[in-house]
Write a protein that binds this ligand. Structure first.
Ligand code: WTA
Length: 573
């Protein structure tokens, strides 16, 4: 089939010569863009907010546009400094210190951003939690990290099992009429009363900044720790990949509960001093196009599932909106189908630039730069400063066009520094000395473009959200009717993959639609809506290894009508 590429449009981009930059690049040079290069004093929040607020030319620029169905607000960099200083004082008065874990469990709102940056200002490690998490998921994360405080809302606090979390000392609630008793503190009132002057806590470049819990194929979610100096890569990819310039209005559609919503919804835009748009509430084509139009968004970072949903809403919807300011569109989180790239080019008149990275890598690693020719379906090329390769299962580099393990030479500034309380899991990424092995399979073509092929392990990516089958299976078997459960990702035209469960019922239970729905709701209420299986098959037995491990590989083969191999000699894999 003839491969149709999309040439760059031209224009004045922040990365003009990819080849040259790749040969000459040195991360140490990037430090010169930060005040810590001169002062030696490090804090991400200072570089993202305070530095701009202290600059007479920038302080009155809008830093944050926030809107949802009820609120419509804007904050300049000076306002953001004030509000994050106040939040920092609230935390400081409550006794939060450098290195303490402070979780943020709220729907998108300006207060979420004040709390996150305020906690960073006192040197705390923030732990963002997606608002859809239910009690079990919240508990696992707070327990594992021994969180000292959480900032949440009236609606969500019921899912924080405070009495079962001995390390948790403060529960800040944002909302009206919060009663202060026990560990509960009224965040809104404290924020209103707090002083606007705060002495920021300076930290080390390698001090903890943020803990994002993410899923693997086995075990409970792991706490991926990033440090302050990750800012070098957030900043630089903001320049090269998002092509941010000081007068841009930028919108990243991801929630801060996921890494894209922090690295590129907080750090990259503000380190680059651009106006950042946050839209709360649910997805609808009208709300999203309305947001692009209302703020004259110029740079838009979104995800394949959302783009596919916009595509399926029909090309007529987009005609009702003026998107003429939009100049750069990017995507992340799951494979971006060539059809979507072509559709985007037709409907928006712009290329959609795919980017590949992971919670663990902390920032963009492989991408289509504005100045690169796009091969629709390819993730693009590694950023300067990152060396990627395809390795075979022994750790040898494979030549072009051979599929294998997508890996990167260690290290880069936004690389995770540890898995919280789990050195063994952390070491698992580095079985080949000098390499980080991603868990994705891919190949590189003769021009150096990378092509995603799938996950090597059983991790499911549904609507761009990463779900570990083990966590879902563990919840499923807690249901009284479920004897055994195995969970796989089933290919889906809109969501990329959906979660499909295979379940063997306990004695005395009969299959029925009501029971299946009851099991689904049980997972939804116990973990999170996006982890609840959309499909469920009941089977008498599930395929197991001799040691009793459920073979997801066989479940997948059942689902896709593939040969399952000889099941009588099943070995542990
Ligand atoms: C997948 C999200 C194909 C991949 C930032 C990876 C992608 C996992 C792409 C990480 C892409 C991310 N094309 N697949 N452009 N980007 N992925 O940790 O399987 O939530 O390993 O990070 O998403 O998901 P995570």
């Amino acid at each position: 089939m003839e491969m149709q590429t999309l040439s760059p449009k031209g224009g004045d981009h922040n990365l003009k010569d990819y080849e040259k930059a790749t040969q000459q690049f040195d991360w140490a040079e990037v430090e010169k863009n930060f005040s810590f290069y001169e002062t030696g004093k490090v804090n991400m929040a200072y570089e993202a907010i305070d530095r701009h607020a202290e600059n007479a030319d920038k302080k009155d620029q809008v830093a944050l546009y926030y809107s949802d169905d009820h609120r419509d607000e804007s904050y300049t960099f000076a306002d953001m400094k004030k509000m994050t200083d106040k939040a920092a004082n609230v935390f400081k008065e409550a006794g939060i210190e450098k290195g303490d874990r402070v979780f943020i469990f709220m729907p998108r709102s300006p207060e979420l951003y004040f709390a996150a940056l305020g906690a960073i200002k006192v040197g705390a490690i923030i732990g963002p939690l997606f608002e859809a998490f239910m009690e079990g998921a919240v508990k696992d994360r707070l327990q594992n990290s021994e969180a000292k405080a959480i900032v949440t809302t009236n609606d969500l606090v019921g899912r924080v099992p405070v009495s079962e979390l001995p390390a948790l000392e403060q529960v800040f609630i944002q909302g009206d009429d919060v009663k202060e008793e026990g560990k509960t503190l009224d965040f809104k009132t404290h924020l209103e009363r707090a002083s606007e002057n705060h002495d920021i806590t300076w930290v080390d470049r390698e001090d903890g900044l943020i803990l994002h819990y993410t899923s693997g194929s086995t075990g409970m979610p792991k706490g991926v720790l990033h440090v302050h100096v990750a800012m070098l890569q957030h900043y630089q990819t903001g320049k090269w990949v998002l092509d941010l310039k000081e007068d841009d209005v930028y919108w990243c559609t991801a929630d801060p509960g996921w890494v894209t919503g922090t690295s590129y919804g907080i750090f990259a835009p503000w380190l680059n001093g651009v106006t950042n748009v946050v839209r709360g509430g649910r997805f609808s084509p009208e709300a999203w196009y309305g947001t692009l139009e209302k703020y004259n968004v110029t740079v838009w970072y979104s995800a394949p599932t959302a783009l596919r949903m916009l595509a399926s809403a029909g090309d007529d919807v987009v005609k009702n909106y003026d998107l003429s300011n939009l100049r750069h569109i990017l995507s992340v989180g799951e494979p971006l189908n060539p059809e979507v790239v072509r559709w985007g080019h037709e409907v928006y008149g712009l290329r959609i630039h795919d980017s590949w990275w992971m919670t663990e890598t902390g920032a963009i690693m492989i991408t289509n730069f504005p100045t690169l020719t796009v091969k629709p379906g390819s993730m693009g090329k590694p950023i300067p400063g990152v060396e990627a390769a395809i390795l075979d299962d022994q750790g040898n580099e494979l030549p072009p066009n051979r599929m294998g393990n997508l890996a990167m030479k260690t290290s880069w500034p936004s690389m995770m520094r540890s898995i919280w309380n789990n050195e063994e899991k952390y070491n698992g990424y580095f079985e080949f000395p000098g390499w980080y092995v991603s868990g994705d399979s891919a190949y590189k073509d003769e021009d150096g473009y990378y092509w995603f092929q799938g996950r090597v392990d059983d991790v499911i990516v549904t609507s761009g959200e990463r779900v570990g089958p083990f966590e879902v299976e563990s919840k499923l078997v807690e249901h009284p009717a479920v004897g055994e459960a195995g969970v796989i990702g089933k290919p889906d035209p809109v969501r990329g993959e959906i979660i499909k469960a295979f379940v063997a019922l306990k004695e005395g239970y009969e299959e029925s639609d009501e029971l299946k729905e009851d099991i689904r709701v049980f997972v939804k209420n116990g973990l999170a809506a996006h982890t609840a299986p959309r499909e469920m098959d009941i089977r008498d037995q599930l395929p197991k290894t001799r040691s009793g491990k459920i073979m997801r590989r066989v479940l997948k083969a059942w689902e896709l009508d593939l040969p399952t191999g000889d099941l009588s000699t099943m070995d542990d894999d």
